[in-house]
Design a protein around this ligand. Structure first.
Ligand code: APR
Length: 230
């Protein structure tokens, strides 16, 4: 049965009230990436970085999944073949919508990482500068989020899934950031049908065989209904 691989970005969580990065008024118009999403930024001003992620963690904690998240969970539950969900998002809305085994390639707001020993634990609502690591006791606690210049997680698994995909969908991502923006080409080389579901054309829209424009809360449930009616 067909294997489906799905990549999601901030756009799928927009209608749940979580800001995107590059839309009008997005997160990168409020903060400089180099100040809040790089290891240098954290070294320079850990307070600013902890506060940036504390605010996002607290906002994400109360956000609700929208019909797009719920539809993808239904697809996972009802599709007879494999449905692999890869997300660039650090919120937990896929899981809140019922999805399983989501591959968070950019980490999660709920996770904490020790910059010293690599230990991971569940982040407190508010992380402080010098957050103590429960394993090594040092004060290197940071959000377990992949910053620019760092290696995204699960890449070997993701490329293996893309190489075996029959259908690849990118949902709510602008195609500005690699390696995620290159996944469509990997899937197409493996012979997959490729579809982009987005509010506006992404930077890599020309690499997709099919495109559907509109808000994810409308386009994704309709797309899932079509697949499950096949
Ligand atoms: N429905 C569908 N798509 C939407 C919606 C919506 N309601 N609202 C916005 N979008 C689309 C926009 O058109 C845009 O193409 O979502 C995309 C959001 O793009 P970005 O803000 O660039 O977010 P994303 O692609 O996830 O960014 C990738 O960049 O900064 C890093 O690590 C960060 O994971 C992030 C990565």
């Amino acid at each position: 049965m067909e294997k489906i691989v799905i990549l999601t970005g901030a756009g799928i969580s927009a209608e749940s009230g979580l800001g995107t990065f590059r839309d009008e008024g997005g997160l990168w118009s409020q903060h400089r990436i180099e100040d809040v999403a790089t290891p240098d930024g954290f070294a320079r001003n850990p307070q600013l970085v902890q506060e940036f992620y504390n605010a996002r963690r607290q906002q994400a904690a109360t956000a609700k999944p929208n019909p797009a998240h719920v539809a993808l969970a239904r697809l996972q539950a009802e599709w007879p073949g494999e449905v692999i969900l890869v997300t660039q998002n650090v919120d937990a809305l896929h899981e809140k919508g019922g999805a399983q085994d989501v591959l968070h390639m950019h980490g999660t707001l709920a996770g904490a990482l020790c910059a010293g020993c690599g230990h991971r634990w569940t982040a407190p609502d508010t992380m402080r500068v010098g957050e103590l690591c429960p394993a090594c006791g040092a004060g290197g606690g940071r959000p377990d989020v992949v910053w620019f210049g760092e290696i995204p997680y699960f890449m070997d698994q993701i490329y293996a899934h893309l190489g075996a995909a029959d259908l690849f969908a990118a949902i709510g991502t602008s195609g500005n950031v690699y390696p995620a923006a290159g996944f469509v080409q990997e899937a197409a080389m493996a012979g997959a049908h490729t579809i982009e579901l987005n509010l506006d054309p992404s930077e890599v829209v020309s690499n997709f065989a099919e495109t559907r424009f509109g808000p994810a809360s409308k386009t994704v449930p309709a797309w899932v209904d079509e697949l499950l009616r096949r």
